[in-house]
Design a protein around this ligand. Structure first.
Ligand SMILES: NC(=O)c1ccc[n+]([C@@H]2O[C@H](COP(=O)([O-])OP(=O)(O)OC[C@H]3O[C@@H](n4cnc5c(N)ncnc54)[C@H](OP(=O)(O)O)[C@@H]3O)[C@@H](O)[C@H]2O)c1
Length: 253
C-alpha cells in the first residue's frame, strides 16, 4: 500500500471551489479520497466536482459559508449521511476583509476575521471529532499562512488569526492525540490565487517577491495540494500539532 493512499477516505475541504482549496480537493481525490467540495457558491463547487469526476475521482458539492455554524453543521451532517463518517477535514476557507493599520480597524472587522478564520475552524473540528474518535483515526489540516509567523503593518488581524490557527492545531493535537487524531497546519507563502491577486498581479511587487524568494518564484495552488495529502495520509502518521511552511524558502532567507 502506498504511504500516500487515501482510498475511500471521506474528506471535506472548505473553500475548494478555487485556489488552494481546489488543488487540495483534486490531490486528495487523486490519492483515492471521496471529496466534498464546499464554498458559498454551489455552482462553482459543482464545476470542481465535474473536473474531479472527469479525472476518475469521487466528489460531491455542498455549499456552506464558514460564517454560519448551522451551515457548517449541515455540511458535516450531509457528508455523513451520503458517505458515512468523516476521516479527513481540511479547513481552508478564510477571510481577509481589511488592509490597513491596526489603529484604523473596527471591532467588527477584527471579530469577523477571528470568527471566520479561527472560531469556524474550531466548530468544524469539534463537529467531525466524534467520527474520528469512534474510528480512532483522523486527520485535520488547517490552512494557515506564513503571515502567522511574522508581523505586519497592514494585515494585522489576519495574521493574528493565522497564528491562532497554529495554536489551535497544537491544542487539539494534545487533546485528541490519544484518539489517534492528528491536527496540523500548512503555512503557505504567496500563492497565485484570487485571494492574493493585488500582490501577484502587481509587476513591481511580484518581481521584488520573486527576487527575495530562494526558489525565485511565487507559489502555485498545486504547490500546496501535495502537502495536504502528506499530512492527511499514512505518510504523515507521526506528525501532529505542526505547521508545515510551504513558501519557496521565504521565511528562512
Ligand atoms: N493565496 C495566498 O497567497 C495565501 C497565502 C497564505 C495563506 N493562504 C490561505 O489559503 C486559504 C485559501 O486561500 P486562496 O488563496 O486559495 O483563496 P481564493 O482563491 O480566494 O479561494 C477562496 C475559497 O474560499 C471560499 N470562501 C471564501 N469565503 C468563504 C466563506 N465565507 N465561506 C465559505 N467559503 C468561502 C471561496 O469560494 P466562494 O467565494 O464561492 O465562497 C473559495 O473557494 C486561505 O485560508 C488563505 O488565508 C493564501
Amino acid at each position: 500500500m502506498s504511504l500516500f493512499d487515501l482510498k475511500d477516505k471521506v474528506a471535506i475541504v472548505t473553500g475548494s471551489s478555487r485556489g488552494i482549496g481546489r488543488s487540495i480537493a483534486h490531490q486528495l481525490a487523486k490519492a483515492g479520497a471521496k471529496v466534498v467540495v464546499s464554498s458559498r457558491k454551489l455552482d462553482a463547487c459543482e464545476k470542481v466536482v465535474e473536473e474531479i469526476r472527469a479525472a476518475g475521482g469521487q466528489a460531491m458539492a455542498i455549499a456552506a459559508s464558514i460564517s454560519s455554524k448551522e451551515q457548517l453543521q449541515a455540511l458535516v451532517d450531509q457528508t455523513r449521511s451520503a458517505w458515512g463518517p468523516i476521516d479527513i477535514l481540511v479547513c481552508n476557507a478564510a477571510t481577509n476583509p481589511y488592509y490597513g493599520p491596526t489603529t484604523g480597524m473596527s471591532d467588527e472587522v477584527f471579530d469577523k476575521v477571528m470568527r471566520n478564520n479561527v472560531l469556524s475552524n474550531t466548530w468544524l473540528c469539534t463537529m467531525v471529532y466524534p467520527d474520528m474518535k469512534a474510528k480512532k483515526d483522523g486527520a485535520i489540516v488547517i490552512v494557515s499562512s506564513i503571515g502567522g509567523l511574522h508581523g505586519s503593518a497592514v494585515i494585522g488581524a489576519y495574521n493574528v488569526s493565522k497564528a491562532a490557527d497554529m495554536q489551535l492545531a497544537r491544542n487539539l493535537a494534545v487533546e485528541w492525540g490519544p484518539d489517534n487524531i492528528r491536527i496540523n497546519c500548512i503555512a503557505p507563502g504567496l500563492i497565485k490565487t484570487d485571494f492574493a491577486k493585488a500582490l501577484h498581479e502587481d509587476p513591481v511587487l511580484s518581481a521584488k517577491y520573486n527576487n527575495e524568494t530562494p526558489l525565485r518564484r511565487m507559489g502555485e495552488p498545486d504547490d500546496i495540494g501535495g502537502v495536504a495529502v502528506f499530512l492527511a495520509s499514512p505518510a504523515g502518521r507521526y506528525v501532529t500539532g505542526q505547521t508545515v511552511v510551504a513558501d519557496g524558502g521565504m521565511m528562512i532567507r
